[in-house]
Design a protein around this ligand. Structure first.
Ligand code: ATP
Length: 254
């Protein structure tokens, strides 16, 4: 068991965005969460990554209870995430954006920065090396020196992946990684996700692009109005009557 949620619930006032969700994320696999708009997918991610405290239930990572840990601690535990709308600095280069990611693994502080200590210089070199490594991994070498604001949507998605990878995660949560990119680029991003898994990183993603999910995911959970209505392989999900009903006739998952 790698990461597990038990009875995970999040209420916003009178609205239950996530309701008693039990989900197991399997190591070394591509796990996906799908569901209609407002089903609770992003909220589920926000609970796991510590951005929202759950109302009840628990989150267990490799046997350790991480419920209510702050986001920085959760990131240190090896959980990284990307956001639906990019959280990148548009006026900085790809390299400068990605360098920040590895800061999570360094120890130098303000005093080191003021005194420009050896530790600071060593760690700055480490962050730079790591950034170059993940830029190569994500295929961004040619645009490493470009401002993020000038990139294509697909390159921005890759930059967001690179930033998350620079934190050296064991598991990466990708919120709609292929939103707004064309079919060829979607294919390229799917290849990149497979490459992440091949390099030992577990992937969990939210996605509306059903063709991509059905091809890519080893395991899928379906949320509807905050509740898990199905879980299984692509084939099991596509043939599940509750899922077909939730998607109003099933054209969306055909
Ligand atoms: N911070 C918040 N405060 C109040 N309500 C919220 C908050 N975040 C989400 N919600 C509500 O919780 C429900 C689930 O939202 P969520 O964004 O998790 O769904 P989703 O499945 O990710 O949707 P989409 O596919 O449209 O991104 C929605 O009804 C939403 O309006």
């Amino acid at each position: 068991m790698f990461l597990e949620t038990k009875n995970l619930t999040k209420k916003f006032g009178g609205l239950t965005a996530v309701h008693n969700v039990d989900f197991t994320i399997e190591k070394g696999k591509i796990n996906a969460i799908i569901g209609p708009n407002g089903a609770g997918k992003s909220t589920f991610f926000n609970l796991i990554s510590g951005f929202h405290p759950p109302s009840s239930g628990s989150i267990i990572l490799k046997g350790q209870d991480i419920t209510n840990m702050p986001p920085n601690k959760i990131a240190e535990m090896g959980i990284a995430r990307t956001f639906q709308t990019t959280n990148l600095f548009e006026q900085s280069t790809v390299l400068d954006n990605v360098v920040v990611g590895h800061r999570l693994r360094t120890r130098s502080n303000l005093l080191d920065a003021i005194l420009r200590t050896k530790r600071l210089r060593r760690e700055e070199d480490q962050c730079h090396e790591k950034a170059l490594e993940v830029i190569r991994f994500t295929g961004l070498e040619k645009v490493a020196g470009k401002l993020v604001g000038s990139l294509t949507q697909e390159e921005k998605k890759r930059t967001a992946f690179a930033l998350a990878l620079a934190t050296e995660p064991e598991i990466i949560f990708l919120d709609e990684p292929a939103a707004g990119v064309n079919p060829d680029e979607t294919e390229g991003l799917a290849e990149l996700m497979n490459k992440m898994v091949d390099s030992g990183i577990t992937v969990c993603l939210i996605e509306h692009k059903m063709q991509m999910i059905m091809k890519l995911a080893d395991k899928i959970m379906v949320l509807n109005y905050g509740e898990k209505i199905a879980e299984g392989t692509a084939e099991e999900i596509q043939n599940n009557p509750a899922v077909i009903k939730a998607y109003l006739g099933g054209s969306a998952i055909a």
